[in-house]
Ligand binder design. Structure first.
Ligand code: GAL
Length: 405
C-alpha cells in the first residue's frame, strides 16, 4: 500500500503489534491554550486507542521557551521523556550534537518523507542530512487576525496589507475599541516586529536582516518606526498578557486585530467561529508574501527503557500519518506537513497558506537562520525598544550586535 494512504487503523494495528500497548509515552509540549490542548488530544486519543498510555506533560508558556528548558534539563540529566516538541530549525541542534536523540531515518525512508515534504521544509527539519525529528505541521507566524463584525461596525474596509490595517485601526479608535490586541511578552512582540519587517521590505529585507545580519539600511530603520507606531493602538493591559488571551479579545469583540501565528486560528476554531464569516485573516507582508517556515516537530530522546525506541518510532509514524495530519491540523490552525492529503475542505486562511506552499513561496525563518542564543538576544532588544523610549539609533545598534552573537 502506498504509505500516503495507510489508514489510521493500519497504523494503530502496527502500534499494537509493536507492543505499544505496554508502552507508556510521556510527551512534553507547550500546548496549553484551548485550541492547542484540543489539537494534541487528537494524538493522545489515537495513541490511547492503540492501547498505549499517553502521559501528557504540558509546560505552560507560549512560544515554548520554558518547555524547551525542561526538556533540555531532563534529557541532559538522564531522565528523558519519550517525546518532546520543538520548532523547526536550530533549537535541537545541541542535543543532537550530544548524541541524545534517536534518528528516524529508517521510518523516514519507509514512509517516503523525502518525497512527502516540500524541499525547503525538508531542509528545515533535517540536520546533517538525517531526520532526528518528525515534522507535524506548517505554521506561519506572520498572520494578522481581525474581527469582521467590529470592522463593519466601525465602517472600516477589511485590510489585506499593514498600511490598510492602520487605516482600519484609526476607525476602530473612533468607535472606542482597542484596535490591536498584543500580548506584551518578548516573543510575541518579536512576532509583530517580524511581521512589520516583512511588510516593509519583504523577503529581501528579511534575509538581509537574519541571514546577512545587516541592519544598516533604510528598510530596517523604517521597520522600527512603523513598529513603534503600532504602540499607539494597543491597550494598557497588554504587558505580560498571554497570546491566547489576546486572541480571545478579538474573538469576543474587545479588540479589532491581533498579529500572531496561525495557532491563533486554533482558538477561533475552538470558539466555533468560522474563517471568512466571523473573523478574517491576511498575511502581514501582503497576499504574495513568502511564508516563513514555522511549525512543530517532535524529537525522541534515547532511553534505557526496553522497547522505548519501538514505541517512539510508532508514535512518530502515527503523528505524520495522513489521517492524523488532517485531524490534528484542523484543530491546530496549521496546515498539514505532507502534500498528499486532501486539504480542499480547509478554511480560506488555510487555503492562502496552501497556495503559498504550492507556489514555493517559502522562506527559511529566523529559527533556522539564527542560533537560539542570537534569536533570544535579538528578541530582548526588540522588547526593550517596544517597552521604552529607546532612540532608534541605539536600538539598531543593539539589534545588530544581538544578531552577530
Ligand atoms: C509556537 C508553536 C505553535 C504554538 C505557539 C504558541 O512556537 O509552533 O505550535 O504552540 O508557539 O505557543
Amino acid at each position: 500500500m502506498n504509505p500516503c494512504c495507510k489508514s489510521a487503523a493500519a497504523i494503530l494495528l502496527a502500534l499494537v503489534a509493536a507492543g505499544a500497548h505496554a508502552q507508556r509515552a510521556e510527551v512534553i509540549h507547550w500546548w496549553t491554550s484551548g485550541g492547542e490542548a484540543a489539537a494534541i488530544k487528537e494524538f493522545a486519543a489515537a495513541y490511547t486507542k492503540a492501547g498505549g498510555t499517553w502521559v501528557d506533560t504540558p509546560i505552560a508558556g507560549g512560544g515554548g521557551a520554558q518547555a524547551r528548558t525542561v526538556m533540555a534539563n531532563r534529557t541532559m540529566g538522564g531522565d528523558p521523556p519519550t517525546a518532546a516538541q520543538y520548532n523547526y530549525g536550530r533549537q535541537y541542534e545541541e542535543i543532537i550534537k550530544e548524541g541524545l536523540l534517536i534518528d528516524l531515518n529508517d521510518i523516514a525512508t519507509k514512509g517516503n518523507w523525502d518525497k512527502l515534504l516540500p524541499e525547503k521544509i525538508r531542509n528545515a527539519v533535517k540536520v546533517n542530512g538525517k531526520y532526528y525529528a518528525v515534522p507535524i505541521n506548517l505554521h506561519n507566524e506572520n498572520w494578522v487576525w481581525f474581527n469582521k463584525g467590529l470592522l463593519a461596525k466601525a465602517g472600516a474596509k477589511e485590510p489585506t496589507t499593514l498600511d490598510e490595517m492602520f487605516v482600519a485601526m484609526d476607525k476602530l479608535k473612533g468607535i472606542g475599541v482597542t484596535p490591536l490586541a498584543i500580548g506584551g511578552q518578548g516573543w510575541q512582540e518579536a512576532i509583530a516586529f517580524r511581521g512589520v519587517l516583512l511588510a516593509t521590505g519583504g523577503q529581501e529585507l528579511y534575509n538581509k536582516t537574519f541571514k546577512d545580519k545587516d541592519t544598516s539600511g533604510p528598510g530596517f530603520r523604517k521597520t522600527l518606526e512603523t513598529f513603534r507606531r503600532l504602540k499607539g493602538y494597543v491597550d494598557a493591559g497588554s504587558p505580560g498578557r498571554d497570546w491566547n488571551l489576546a486572541t480571545a479579545m478579538v474573538i469576543q469583540g474587545k479588540a479589532g486585530f491581533q498579529m500572531m501565528g496561525d495557532w491563533a486560528k486554533g482558538e477561533f476554531v475552538n470558539a466555533n467561529q468560522a474563517a471568512g464569516k466571523d473573523y478574517g485573516c491576511f498575511m502581514a507582508g501582503g497576499p504574495k508574501m513568502p511564508y516563513a517556515i514555522g511549525g512543530d516537530v517532535f524529537v525522541f530522546p534515547k532511553s534505557k527503557k526496553k522497547d522505548a525506541e519501538v514505541a517512539q518510532k510508532k508514535l512518530a509514524e502515527l503523528m505524520i500519518s495522513a489521517p492524523m495530519q488532517v485531524a490534528f491540523n484542523n484543530r491546530k490552525g496549521s496546515i498539514p506537513i505532507r502534500t498528499d492529503v486532501d486539504t480542499s475542505k480547509m478554511d480560506v486562511c488555510a487555503q492562502a497558506g496552501l497556495q503559498a506552499v504550492k507556489e514555493g513561496r517559502l522562506l527559511a525563518s529566523d529559527n533556522e537562520l539564527l542560533t537560539p542564543d542570537a534569536k533570544g538576544a535579538f528578541e530582548d532588544a526588540v522588547s526593550k525598544f517596544w517597552n521604552s523610549g529607546q532612540p532608534i539609533d541605539d536600538a539598531i545598534k543593539s539589534m545588530a550586535s544581538a544578531l552577530k552573537r
